[in-house]
Ligand binder design. Sequence first.
Ligand SMILES: C[S@@+](CC[C@H](N)C(=O)[O-])C[C@H]1O[C@@H](n2cnc3c(N)ncnc32)[C@H](O)[C@@H]1O
Length: 367
Amino acid sequence: MDCEYFGKCGSCTLYELDYEAQVAYKKDFASSLFESLHVKDFEVFTSPSSHYRGRAEFRIWHTGESISYAMGSVNKKGAICITSCPKVEEKIAILMPLLLEYISLHVELRERLFAIDFLASSKGLLVTLLYHKKIDITWDELAKPIEAKFGVHVIGRSHKVKRVLSQDFIEEELTIDNKNYLFHIIEGGFSQPNRIVNEKMINWVCLHVKDTHDLLELYCGHGNFTIPLSEKFNNVLATEISKTSIKSALKNCTLNGVTNIEFLRMSAEELTIALKKEREFKRLQEVDLDKYNFSHVFVDPPRSGMDEESLAFIAQFENIIYISCNPLTLKRDLEFLKNTHTIQNFALFDQFPNTEHLESGVILQKI
Ligand SMILES: C[S@@+](CC[C@H](N)C(=O)[O-])C[C@H]1O[C@@H](n2cnc3c(N)ncnc32)[C@H](O)[C@@H]1O
């Protein structure tokens, strides 16, 4: 990938190496970071080197009456104006200048607009315009033509206000193990930004689960892994803290005809306490936790990794699958788990070319 803003825009930090060299660099980094864990080999899953991001947020920079997209600068001082970004999916890249031109021409749409978020899937595109001013039905009428003109769904947001012009979600189709799955992704909920690598991650996990009974999943989001994995298990208990994501997860079960998953909206910490029977939760009154015979636990925590209590709890499981978006907290958690488990497989997923970011997957089995 080439970009005229390399060295100026803070979004890409690995731009002096070609793609192959970047992948080798990340593999070397992982080899030395995880040296103390004696990983035999890393499987590496690559990405297209450009147009890989389905989720992107840009600030809007105002100069008099004109506006442009802006990103934080590489030295973290201020912003730089950009006209394009080769990381975003083609459909976002094509829309960006056209949308900006349209908004520039309409004062009410342009004024106090401070950011534009794009969410693209294989089936659609959702655009969110964020304002530092109150927006209402007058704004709806002005923004509505954007939907028909560009074939997108538009949402307007300002403080405590969300204006949904047609829908606040997009549908995504993923192919896992030659089977198609539909996902309903609501704006504002977490979704994996790189569709191609996401499919590779889910496939990899599905390939490595064996001798299954029931699955416990912590940090499940909208069921990205849960839905395809549910086919490999008798029953699944999955938890997630975000109300938005749980709403999508329930919808995703219906969309895919899945009936063996119980989704809970609670933190991993709370569910751990409940499973250890240290406290009763009102939200669990209708849930029979004792019916589960867990053979596997799957975790995909945020960048901070797992809390100590939940980590100690999952160490009791025969099989652990750990997907991580932060190698440093993964290393911390694996240093703990190595007392009870051995690493069977370790994969590196290059979700974000041209950045230092590294996504990992680890399959662990009890010693
Ligand atoms: C890296 S995302 C993974 C989501 C999902 N596995 C996917 O692939 O889309 C982490 C998820 O953990 C959720 N989360 C963050 N802290 C949590 C907590 N303490 N307990 C449960 N879920 C949490 C976030 O809302 C987010 O959906």
